[in-house]
Ligand binder design. Structure first.
Ligand code: AMP
Length: 128
């Protein structure tokens, strides 16, 4: 499969280029992390790779082993640094329209710092 078409004007690309601000948590050569603008938990941080990847599948197929390892090592370091590792936290990678992905630059959500509730609502499974 070929690389997915990447929109260079998506909001996370603009954050990476410094064109719009973010509330930065962490940055290294592989990843940038910042607080979600609409937090769904006491701690809600987005971790994005520095490279231009549309979603999880694009990242897994196109990124180098160093980029993939660096990204996930950064994400887990961030969870530890934020103090959410010991109590436990949730990692979400919405992928594509059916997965509810709004921003087409691969990212993972780190959610923690309090009770998170069920993994997915019953209504999302078509259950009333
Ligand atoms: P997703 O639905 O997985 O694509 O998640 C995109 C996330 O990006 C949402 O949780 C938004 O609240 C968040 N978001 C959108 N714009 C910004 C921004 N400028 N700074 C921080 N978070 C943002």
């Amino acid at each position: 499969m070929t690389a997915k078409s990447y929109d260079k004007n998506n909001i996370f690309a603009k954050i990476l280029r410094g064109e719009i601000p973010c509330n930065k948590v962490y940055e290294d050569e592989y990843a940038l992390a910042f607080h979600d603008i609409a937090p769904k938990a006491p701690v809600h941080v987005l971790v994005i790779p520095k490279g231009a990847y549309v979603d999880l599948c694009d990242f897994a197929r196109q990124a180098s082993a160093d980029e993939i390892a660096g990204f996930y090592k950064a994400a887990t370091k961030i969870a530890a640094d934020l103090g959410i590792e010991d109590a436990g936290f949730r990692t979400i990678a919405n992928t594509g329209a059916g997965g509810g992905q709004e921003v087409p630059h691969f990212h993972i959500h780190l959610l923690g710092g309090g009770p998170l509730g069920p993994m997915i609502s019953g209504n999302s499974r078509g259950i009333a």
